[in-house]
Write a protein that binds this ligand. Structure first.
Ligand SMILES: *[C@@H]1O[C@H](CO)[C@@H](O)[C@H](O)[C@H]1NC(C)=O
Length: 333
């Protein structure tokens, strides 16, 4: 089985150069308890992509002491009349400093909302959004906070999540099936966030003018490859394999709004999640990533409902498992 990559030490160091908007935010804090796990995912149908946002209403805004104006469930929709609504105006100092990935304040520039504005894609995967008083409105409704918070763009902030999978195999190269579900087990590439140690799919922000397909590959390569101590020759070989894997269209798992704790009334995260699967096990399957333990920074993890991940990532994996007829969970007793 193992050909090219046999001799590589699994020593892994990740050097994430964050030049753009930091992709994720740690779930620690107030909202963690209620949102970090999806209960009873085994029997529940795929959670509707239009479900009401919850993280986007978490009381304390990430990285700040700012508290959102509390928004009850029945007042989330913009259609619900609510004259008393008085959202807090907050844009993080890091965003106001005008880094390259951030827009200026409204008034000092004229963004073309709902369109491709120069190289910045201000279109939403959710369809046309409302612009009120020159500000775009969150398509999922109120968040208790206006301005941009930690997000750079007014309106949608586009990300991409590459979900790279392989079949789990035993030492003889045979596919491993789960003892209870009897279904073959998939494994996916996961990275450990440096800031809070949480495991996540190695996603990233779509750069202006960049095709999502390229973002998917770039993010995966950067995050998985930077971590490898490999010679130039080995790197070229991996690069070739990654390019080949990502040149296939992949299976689109999700496209749309992300319920992110950084979202505001005027700025929100959206993503495209795509599964690239190494069916035969002769491509990126052989990437020498460390086993899924605390030492590694990039690992192959079993696709299983018990894996502690962001709720949205967990749903993405559930969709992948279903599509590939793979193990996801042990049926509810
Ligand atoms: C909101 O805050 C920003 C700076 O954080 C400021 O430039 C803007 O004028 C404020 N908007 C309102 C309506 O107060």
């Amino acid at each position: 089985m193992k050909r090219v990559f046999t001799n590589w030490a699994g020593s892994v160091h990740i050097a994430l150069a964050i030049v753009g908007l930091p992709y994720g935010v740690c779930t620690g804090g107030y909202c963690k308890a209620i949102n970090s796990r999806v209960p009873s995912v085994c029997t529940s149908a795929f959670v509707s992509s239009s479900a009401m946002h919850i993280k986007a209403r978490c009381s304390v805004y990430p990285g700040s002491d700012t508290h959102r104006f509390p928004v009850p469930d029945d007042k989330v929709s913009w259609a619900a009349d609510w004259p008393e609504y008085s959202p807090v105006n907050y844009t993080a100092p890091s965003v106001l400093k005008k880094p390259v990935w951030a827009d200026p304040e409204i008034g000092s520039f004229s963004p073309q909302f709902n369109s491709l504005d120069g190289s910045v894609d201000r279109r939403s995967h959710e369809g046309e959004y409302t612009v009120q008083d020159d500000r775009p409105l969150n398509p999922r409704g109120r968040t208790g906070l206006n301005g941009r918070g930690l997000l750079g763009r007014w309106g949608p902030n586009h990300a991409a999540d590459p979900i790279v999978t392989r079949w789990k195999r035993d030492s003889a190269g045979q596919r491993v099936s789960h003892a209870m579900s009897k279904l073959p087990v998939l494994q996916f590439v996961s990275i450990k966030r440096k800031d809070c140690g949480e495991w996540a799919i190695p996603g990233g922000m779509v750069d202006p003018g960049e095709l999502v397909s390229l973002t998917l590959q770039r993010e995966f390569s950067e995050e998985a490859m930077n971590s490898l101590q490999a010679s130039q020759q080995e790197r070229e070989k991996i690069h070739e394999r990654i390019t080949q894997l990502f040149s296939a269209p992949g299976f689109q798992v999700y496209k749309g709004y992300v319920d992110d704790p950084r979202n505001t009334d005027n700025s929100w995260m959206e993503t495209v999640a795509v599964n690239f699967h190494d069916e035969k096990g002769d491509s990126v399957s052989e990437l020498p990533l460390e086993a899924g333990d605390d030492a590694g920074q990039v690992s192959w993890f079993d696709v299983d409902s018990s894996q502690p991940l962001y709720a949205s990532h967990s749903r993405f994996l559930q969709t992948v498992a279903k599509e590939r007829k793979a193990h996801w969970c042990v049926m509810d007793q």
